[in-house]
Design a protein around this ligand. Structure first.
Ligand code: DGY
Length: 326
C-alpha cells in the first residue's frame, strides 16, 4: 500500500523528518521558505496530513480546498491559527502540543518578568554602548520581584507553573483571574488566590498574561486596563499578540503610566509596532518562550506522533476536536 502523503510546512529537526519518512511520503520545507497562502494550498493538494507551527491559517476555505486533508498537527500548544469548528465540520482533526512545554514556558515567563523588573536588557544596552563611566545610587534601579504581588491573567497549565515559581520560589503573593476559578486544592498548590479582573489589574506589581487568544481575549489589555494598573507595575505577555493593544501599551510605557513591559509576542508578528522599538522600558523577545532544545524537540516529536498516531494507528495523542474520531 502506498504511504500517505503529508506536508511539513516549516523547517524542523531533521530527526523528525526522518521519523515521519518511515510512515509517509513527506514533502518538507527544510529551506524554511515563506510560502504564500496559494503556495500552501497548492502543496496541500493530495496530502492527508500537515505539520504546522502556528503561523499557517487553517480555516473553512482551506479545508474546503483540500478535501484529502485529514489532520493538521500544530507544533504549538496554542491553536488560534485553527478555525476548529470549520475543521470539525470538514472532519479534519486538529492536534496541538500541550504539557511538553509547560515548565519551559513558565521558566521563560519568569525570566522575562525578572529582566523587565530589574531592567536587565536596558542596562546591558547602556553598557555595550560604552555609556557606563561611573556607578551611581539609582542607576537602573528597578522593582523587587521577591515579596511583590504577582498577578496572572489566564490560569491554565503555564499560568499555574508561573504561580508556583512566584509563590514558592520568590515568596510572592499570587493573585489570578481566569474564565473559571481553580479548585481549592489547585489554588493551594499554586499558592494563588482568585480575584476579579479589575482587582487583578489594581493589585498586581507584576502582571503576567498567559491566556489563549480568541475574539474574546482580543485587546484584553488596552488603554482602559493599563490605566487601572499601578504606575510602578510591570506587564509581561508570553501568551499571544493581539491580547495586548500594542499601540496603547507603547503610549503607556512612554508616558510612564506603567513602569515597564516584557513582550515575547506581538500583534502581527514578526512585525513589531514601531513605537515599541523606541521606548526604552520594554524588553522585547521574538516569541521564544518555549525555545529550549529539549522542549522544541519534544514539541516536534509530539506533533509527528500525532500524525503517525492518527494516520497510521487511528489514535492521535492530543486531539483538539476528538468528535472527528467518532
Ligand atoms: C505555543 O506553543 O503556542 C508557543 O507560542 C510556541 O508557538
Amino acid at each position: 500500500m502506498p504511504k500517505p502523503a503529508i506536508l511539513v510546512a516549516r523547517a524542523v529537526f531533521p530527526e523528525v523528518i526522518d521519523k515521519l519518512a518511515q510512515h509517509f511520503e513527506v514533502e518538507h520545507n527544510q529551506a524554511d521558505e515563506a510560502w504564500s497562502r496559494e503556495q500552501l494550498l497548492a502543496k496541500l493538494q493530495g496530502k492527508a496530513g500537515a505539520f504546522t507551527t502556528g503561523g499557517e491559517r487553517i480555516d473553512a476555505d482551506l479545508v474546503r480546498a483540500c478535501p484529502q486533508l485529514k489532520i493538521v498537527a500544530n507544533m504549538a500548544v496554542g491553536f488560534n491559527n485553527f478555525d476548529l469548528p470549520a475543521m470539525t465540520s470538514a472532519k479534519v482533526l486538529g492536534t496541538n502540543t500541550p504539557d511538553v512545554l509547560t515548565e519551559t514556558t513558565a521558566d521563560f515567563g519568569f525570566a522575562l518578568l525578572m529582566a523587565t523588573a530589574r531592567r536587565v536588557t536596558e542596562s546591558e544596552h547602556y553598557l555595550r554602548a560604552g555609556k557606563w563611566t561611573k556607578w551611581s545610587f539609582d542607576m537602573f534601579a528597578g522593582s523587587d520581584v521577591h515579596g511583590a504581588t504577582l498577578g496572572i491573567l489566564g490560569m491554565g497549565r503555564i499560568g499555574q507553573g508561573i504561580a508556583r515559581r512566584g509563590a514558592h520560589g520568590f515568596g510572592m503573593r499570587v493573585v489570578y483571574h481566569n474564565r473559571s476559578r481553580l479548585d481549592a486544592a489547585t489554588e493551594a498548590a499554586c499558592g494563588a488566590s482568585y480575584v476579579s479582573k479589575e482587582e487583578l489589574l489594581r493589585q498586581a506589581d507584576h502582571l503576567v498574561l498567559v491566556l489563549p487568544y480568541s475574539a474574546a481575549s482580543h485587546h484584553a489589555i488596552g488603554a482602559a486596563e493599563l490605566a487601572q494598573m499601578k504606575p510602578t507595575a510591570t506587564l509581561v505577555n508570553i501568551a499571544r499578540g493581539g491580547i495586548v493593544d500594542d499601540a496603547a501599551l507603547a503610549q503607556a510605557l512612554r508616558e510612564r503610566r506603567i513602569a515597564a513591559a516584557g513582550l515575547d509576542v506581538f500583534e502581527g508578528e514578526p512585525k513589531v509596532h514601531p513605537d515599541l522599538l523606541t521606548v526604552p522600558n520594554v524588553v522585547l523577545t521574538p516569541h521564544i518562550a518555549s525555545a529550549t532544545v529539549p522542549t522544541r524537540k519534544a514539541m516536534a516529536h509530539l506533533a509527528a506522533d500525532n500524525l503517525i498516531g492518527f494516520l497510521v494507528h487511528g489514535k492521535p495523542l492530543t486531539p483538539l476536536n476528538p468528535e472527528v474520531l467518532a
